[in-house]
Design a protein around this ligand. Structure first.
Ligand SMILES: [Zn+2]
Length: 122
């Protein structure tokens, strides 16, 4: 089994909704988002996937979240923008773009800080 991964960073604000009528203060993070792709058989070039292709798709998906207040955007106006939920949404959407008969997006890690991260496994 082979895995490759790529990371990107976005600076964005969020405000978690806690109990009804209760929420965090608005604050920001430099979110580190890492996507991991897996396959059993390398392609004819000896690659899982070209890092450029992985990086471009990952970046294209998260680019609209750069320097914004996430809670104002879909799906974060409805879904709490936790690291866990962000990891799931990125994994599912990236999977729609990159999964094929050979490769699969298997997990996404989202780090809010150097020491606090969440992982979603597909
Ligand atoms: Zn936060």
């Amino acid at each position: 089994m082979y895995e490759i991964s790529q990371e990107t960073v976005i600076a964005a604000a969020h405000q978690l909704r806690l109990a009804p009528g209760e929420g965090e203060r608005l604050h920001g993070h430099n979110w580190r988002i890492k996507a991991v792709i897996r396959c059993e058989q390398l392609d004819s070039r000896g690659m899982v996937l070209d890092f450029n292709d992985l990086g471009r798709e990952l970046r294209a998906f998260v680019e609209p979240w750069e320097h914004v207040f996430l809670n104002e955007l879909e799906p974060w106006n409805d879904v709490n923008p936790t690291a866990e939920n962000i990891a799931r949404v990125v994994a599912e959407e990236l999977g729609k773009k990159l999964d094929d008969a050979r490769v699969r997006v298997v997990r996404v890690e989202v780090w809010e800080t150097d020491t606090c991260g969440a992982t979603f496994y597909r």
